[in-house]
Design a protein around this ligand. Sequence first.
Ligand code: LP5
Ligand code: MN
Length: 262
Amino acid sequence: MQEHASALLISDLHLTPSMPLTAQRFFDFVEKETNQVDAVFILGDLFEYWVGDDAGARSPFQQEVLRALTNLSSKTKTYYIHGNRDFLIGDQFISKSGMTLLPDPSKVMIAGDEWVISHGDALCTNDLGYQVFRRWVRKPWLQKLFLRLPLQWRRGIAQTLRSNSTAKYDRATRYTPEMARFKGDVTLMACANLMGSYGSERLIHGHTHLPARHHESMGNKEWQRWVLSDWDLDHPETVLPKASALRIDTNGVRYIDLVKSS
Ligand code: LP5
Ligand code: MN
């Protein structure tokens, strides 16, 4: 396992041309904040959605993000883990970006400690509908079939999936907030199983948009769980501006608020 003296971890930026301030903060992050660390880990959902590397190659916005990633990985070792919205990012994009793709989950060494890192969606095991959906869309044969569809169809399917997901979330938070919390978070059991199978005491994930540090235990197993924040600087009328990274170095672990320092 490669050792990294220090690292920054981010996830869930959901980059899209319709969120220009969030995208600009990512470009500035690459320029300004990543120079002092040994590694950057992007734990999924960097993009709002991804329907194939060929689509990325035709999108000026995705090419701009690609240039930022290439610049980032030329100065700092950069790792990527797929999210639930951009799991179709393929070898072509990864190799152009200079990043290293890691499986979800992975164990990495940062500042002398072992950490398990994951996007986090697979840990939301109370959301049975989503887990069934996830198992299907992660099947290589279905992905191959999807990637052969005309680009417009793929975009249409992705946009339908996104708007269903957003509508489902809005309905649940309005009418059944407890159920939304129950389904929208990771479960203790899934985390315990993961920590047990990796023999680890430290977990970092994103996806839930519930940034916090937790101390958890099950039986005689204990672990700390750090949750990354999503980023949104484009909807101040509905959401407080948010963007942060987790920094790990010999001084410990801490969140860096990228809204205040923008
Ligand atoms: O992303 P987020 O945070 O809003 O919500 C997630 C779950 N939603 C999703 C869907 C993504 O947002 C959109 C994915 C776009 C990918 C583009 C390419 C797709 C290609 C397919 C390749 C084979 O992941 C949401 C969870 C939430 O997290 C909390 O954890 O609840 O889950 C859903 O909304 C999914 C529904 O629960 C299940 C819907 C079943 C619909 C069946 C349609 C099958 C279409 C198959 C397409 C080929
Ligand atoms: Mn996600």
